[in-house]
Write a protein that binds this ligand. Sequence first.
Ligand code: NOJ
Length: 754
Amino acid sequence: MRLKDQIEHIAPVVAGILMMATLSSCGSGRSSGGENSFREKTDSVLALMTLEEKLGQLTLYTSYWDVTGPVMRDDYVEEIRAGRCGNIFNAHTVTYNRSLQEIAVEESRLGIPLLFGYDVIHGHKTIFPTPLAEACSWDTALIKRSARYGAMEAAASGLNWTFAPMVDISRDPRWGRITEGNGEDPYLASRIAEARVMGTQGEDLADPLTLAACVKHFAGYGAPVAGRDYNTVDMSELHFRQVYLPPYKAALDAGAVTVMAAFNDIFGVPSHANKFLLTNLLKEELGFGGFVVADYSGVEQVIPHGVAENRRSAAEITFNAGLDMDMQSGIFVEQLGAAVKEGAVKMEDIDEAVRRILQVKFRLGLFDDPYRYLDTTRENSIIYSAEIMEHALESARKSIVLLKNEPLRGRKILPLKNPGRIAVIGPLADNQLDLLGSWHAAGDHNKVVTLLRGMKTHFPGSEINYAKGCDFYSTDRSGFDEAVRLTQNSDVAILAIGENQAQSGEAASRSDLGLTGVQEELAQLLISTGKPVVILLMAERMLTFEKLDNNAQAVLNAWHLGTRAGDAIAQVLAGDYNPSGKLAMTIPRNVGQVPIFYNYKNTGRPLDPQNMYTTKYLDVENAPLYPFGHGIGYSAFEYSNPTLSDTSISMKDTLRVNTRVTNEGPADGHEIVQLYIRDLTASVTRPVKELKGFRHVFIPAGKTVKVEFMLTVEDLKFYNQELEYIAEPGAFKIFVGTSSEKTRESEFKLIQGT
Ligand code: NOJ
């Protein structure tokens, strides 16, 4: 008899979902504390399992691919068959995953279906902008749709679990993985984190077009010392709770069913072995009822971290800390059996970890139909569908940030007005692979619309010529002459420079954030021709380019925008789309300013240029090159002073903040109106500005719109010295504006009482 027939009381899947919906609020330590009847279902499976089979459910291995496709490797196939491996990652396509699922379901003793995980970070086959780029759209509905479409394609490829979203706050562009996150700000990153979870998991996890999400990396992975990947993270718990914790919490509140531990140590203990993090904070305080998976070999890595002597103690300390699933180390399945027998690990804790994992499998509907994600018709119809390709274009357009658009000889360069001849230059101009960006999953670079192709499509009346000019790293200047000649013979040059896709992402930290090779030299040379030159910075992190910025008239952050990159950039340059992106991360002037962020503390000696002994550098100003929230378009927006519904509010009141924004033209456009606060005096030091809201408005040229924000005491809360989350009475400033720097302000008081 198959497992499905043996499980008692298998209620309809939908009932399981309803029951699980309450799980996240009732977890306690190892205990998931789920509804009784749901627990009965997992318990009826547990009752049939040997210890080894239980440990198999706590085990995740990567599959292997060669250049042409999947390779069935005996090591993991045999483990699946023996019930010693319950989960696989990096395997996709319906045919391949079906063959593995058949082994699990038809050939293992209990037939428990496999989870299939994969890093679907910014799309699966159709690739969207890298997450940091997309965060610059500040468009949570759009971002939710990206997660939804990525999940649809991945689920249609036989996957049911993604290792996304990454929600690590980072204020350090040296760290290559900033590309996978949502920037520096806890509020914006939280709104995006919840959008990505909701898009990925949909309304119903059993829907075969959704995936289980995995919030990562818990915790603090975005703050490694010196920006070097995998390095130690050290900060006060107060700072951690205030800045780094909110996006994880938002993602969990949005219902994420799995969490990945981080490679770094934090508070002196590796995250994988950190009981405070995984049990006390995550499972108990935040009530997380899903399961915690290790990062790649993270269990084994507690040995070099220096907190475990050998594989046995690595297994014990990570499992006892609250880690439920081992990724790739194979240590849980190898060591935990003996640890249980010797009493170092409790059998009831093993059961609880298995229960958490099986519950996710139940919620995905895998016990009802283990092949529900494995349908070739769906695979063929969904992947690269017109709707998803159109979304890729929309997302790419909205991610572009116009940093600067100054006049040259009295006329702004952008948007381009019927240029007769356009020179398209640079290592990213006729490039497909790098436009996909890092972690581009199963994306196919042959599908990418290059900048050159996009320009030809969207400027049909112009003559378009291309020269590469230079490469990313090389100091070869032999292409300079051709690039200069083309520029001189054109009405405008579009220069696409930046990074290749391997310069950002995991293990891609940099100590110098300048343009590599001779790219900047080429840019300065083209500008010196006197012709209009548009600088497209196509990279995944904030680069330093102050000198170039001083000389250039038009600069855009055009990132690595994915499959429709070239179309999106060309539409923006043509003015078919009025750019609306705003920076989700500050751009420094030089690497010495890093970490740099808008929500810094005032200090006891705030900057006073007249006073030597105030907080500053001797060789660079404190202000960044471009601040958080900055981004212009082809219209000028004018803000009125904010008006408040009252000058003081009680702990129960709502404060209404109104402002009027006028589009002074010349083009219709989108504006992202930003609201910041400052708590002027509190029991702990507070930032000089904190984002608390933003609104997207479309304003036709010449028109004015009224924008209203509501603030409640929840928006004024912070952690005090006792780590209580509270609001304190006193005066607050309100800022409303177009960026974190360009704001208009007002003031109100929070008063005690109701
Ligand atoms: C290591 C990365 O840190 C993590 O984000 C990713 O999900 C795993 N590898 C699996 O690919």
